[in-house]
Design a protein around this ligand. Sequence first.
Ligand SMILES: [Zn+2]
Length: 91
Amino acid sequence: MPPQVKRRERAILRANYAAWQTTLVEKYGERCANCGSAKSLTLDHVLPIARGGRSTLENLQLLCGACNRIKGKLRVDCRQLAQPKSTGDKL
Ligand SMILES: [Zn+2]
């Protein structure tokens, strides 16, 4: 991927960071999608920019600092593990 595209995707992420983090916290809770920790949560690209991933809400997940470091540039989608918060509907 050309450097200017990477820069653009990082800029898009920075511009929307707070709003997207709020959206993901509302949807999944304030916790890491992998381990459930609430420590130093960061937005992580499910498919990294370096591998052609884009800065869209659909390609982002909340990861704690530790899990983000472990994940590196691998493609790991932890969101299946993080169930969206119950809406309170009864079965
Ligand atoms: Zn974690």
